[in-house]
Write a new protein. Sequence first.
Length: 242
Amino acid sequence: MTTLEDKLLNGPTINYCSSSEDEDTEVVCKNDSNSETSASNYGLSKNTGPKGVRQDYYEHLQLKKEEEKIKRDLLLDEAKKFNLTSSQNNKESDSEDELERLRVKRLNQLRQKKFNSLKTLEDSGEYLTAIENSRNCLTFIHIYKKNCDNCEDVDSALESLSIQYPNHKYFRIESYLLPTSDKFRQNACPTLQVYYNESLVGNFIRFDNYFNDDIIPEKVILFLKQHDILLNTNIEENDEEY
């Protein structure tokens, strides 16, 4: 027989039975046959006891694993999308880098093309070709003779101008290669001719006579400016290079 103390210490007892000591009365048993249904109606777990608790725990673990798998799949999809986008961006970036590299290469080629050194013409045919190709730029032609100090000074000045003003063209040709008289060949050098669009805009025979002393680039630039020959004329990229 369960005592009051047992009930207080151990809590309410399922199937608690009480009987009277003095009377042989019918034993009254209290058993809630609807307890399972009531618990179920309130959303409580039907799995009671140690086995039921373990079953609930296993189901919880399974659900957690499935949720984690779904999360992993979503992360993998996002990663694939990111890699695809990143790959496309890299390809676009590579294309832009390649275009930039080609642009820089082309500019360098144009710069090298424009940096004309003083070139020597080998015959009168090349002399005429140089004049014909003097489009949109100044073309300087120095007519010289060998073993002439003043001619060498003019060559040096033109070499310097070709570096300072690479948008123009600079040539030299020995006087005996042109159809001129012996007197001209002996007495007219150095002669500096300047062409623009095939037109002769400057023809300076005995160029050294215009200078009291050495022929240096600074003085040549000033001299040309005084004769309205400006070195700021730009050359077009499609001009033929001689």
